[in-house]
Design a protein around this ligand. Structure first.
Ligand code: ZN
Length: 420
């Protein structure tokens, strides 16, 4: 009798297991559609094997119920969507990630415009909160708040001066600084896939009693821990229990990076916050002017190599603390259409230096036809001079960028041997 019961019990368990397994299989392949805001996060870290910068971008949707889901964009369909836009996303839910199949942009974000609905958020004063955090198990203070103030505001090469010079004084930081706070959890608590959200939530919560987050559109949080640095591409919809919903960009600055190259790291993440992606390079060791196999797909290599971050002449690359390229400056509306000349025939065309304000042409664009999304794209030609605080050589630089919003720019490396 006992044996019979045992068999029945086994059968019940097996059926139940089958039921659960078929349910979870159903869940693994459930078709989903979400409406929400696109969030894009830039990841900047050093590859332990090569010592090179290794980074990328992670996309999320903040659904209307407030939940955030990571998106796998294997088809590359999110590239045409502006950061923070409201989207309708269809795909398959797999292990809490949405494998994207199709996306519709429902609106360009209103937040792109300031209160008067006419000024882009990359123009004018950027009300910035800079705060320093450590952990109960890592309570060191590797630098002082004065050091950080110097990097962000006071030094000649501060992030503020960098943004002012790049934007021809159209954009600047107005920053408040908060001294070291210890987060409520040990560093190990944050060491998982939700690293950035866990840090951000605890950081906002700990500052909430003393900060009105409605006063800020840029958050720069510095953490005393090893790891990567991150920046939101554009702004993100956030909230605090004390101040309600607010809209701000976020930079997570790693203290190790602060020590190595602190000001440029903040400026690089701030570039992401302004909506910029990465500055890569196409390189050929035998012929520096070698053109990539496909202009529309620089990663399709034929005798060339494509290096992420390899454009050392743009702060969105991994090299020097130089000006942003004219591609990003145009996107930020620091250079307007009147200073861009499209060149379709051979001839002599005067080109002004990039570094200082002037009335002449800042960019020559040579049309290259249609990219893979059937949009026009161009060679962008600019003239760097040894002028100002951040550029130090005379050189003509050539870059291109696919028309898609979420695309890196890439340049031709004409002086690789010097950079290697
Ligand atoms: Zn980056």
């Amino acid at each position: 009798m006992a044996r019979k019961w045992y068999l029945i019990l086994l059968l019940i368990i097996c059926s139940f297991t089958l039921l659960i397994s078929s349910e979870s299989k159903t869940q693994q392949t459930t078709a989903v559609n979400f409406i929400g805001h696109l969030q894009t996060l830039a990841v900047d870290k050093i590859d332990k094997d090569t010592g090179r910068m290794k980074g990328g971008f992670i996309h999320y949707i903040k659904a209307e119920d407030g939940k955030i889901y990571q998106i796998e964009d294997k088809k590359g369909i999110l590239g045409k969507i502006k950061p923070s836009s409201k989207i309708s996303l269809s795909g398959i839910m797999r292990k809490n990630k949405i494998v994207a199949d199709s996306v519709i942009q429902l609106s360009t974000k209103k937040s792109a415009l300031s209160a008067d609905e006419s000024t882009p958020e990359t123009i004018g004063e950027q009300k910035t909160l800079v705060a320093l955090f450590n952990y109960p198990d890592k309570s060191s203070e590797p630098f002082t708040i004065q050091d950080v103030q110097n990097c962000v505001i006071n030094n000649a090469n501060s992030v503020d001066n960098f943004i002012r010079e790049n934007s021809y004084d159209k954009t600047w930081l107005n920053a408040d600084f908060i001294d070291w706070h210890t987060l409520p959890n040990n560093s190990t608590y944050y060491d998982n896939d939700d690293y950035t959200d866990l840090l951000l939530n605890d950081s906002i919560t700990i500052l909430d009693p003393e900060i009105n987050f409605q006063n800020y559109t840029r958050l720069i949080f510095v953490y005393a821990d090893s790891g990567a640095s991150y920046g939101t591409v554009g702004k993100r919809y956030l909230s605090s229990s004390g101040d309600g919903d607010f809209n701000a960009s976020v930079s997570w600055i790693n203290a190790d990076y602060m020590a190595a190259n602190k000001t440029k790291t903040i400026a690089h993440e701030f570039g992401h916050n302004l909506g910029f992606y990465h500055a890569n390079v196409v390189h050929n060791s035998n012929n520096p002017y070698f053109v990539t196999e496909s202009l529309a797909d620089p990663t399709a290599m034929c005798g060339t190599q494509y290096y992420n971050y390899g454009d050392f002449d743009d702060t969105m690359g991994s090299g020097d603390y130089n000006h942003f390229s004219t591609i990003w400056k145009t996107q930020a509306q620091w250079i307007d259409a009147s200073q861009i000349q499209d060149v379709k025939t051979s001839g002599e065309y005067p080109l002004d230096q990039v570094e200082f304000p002037s009335d002449g042409i800042k960019v020559l664009r040579v049309p290259l036809g249609k990219d893979l999304n059937n949009n026009e794209f161009y060679y962008w030609i600019e003239y760097r001079k040894n002028l100002g605080t951040f550029d130090d050589e005379d050189t003509v630089q050539i870059r291109t960028k696919l028309a898609a919003t979420g695309a890196n720019e890439w340049g031709y490396d004409t002086k690789w041997s010097n950079n290697k």
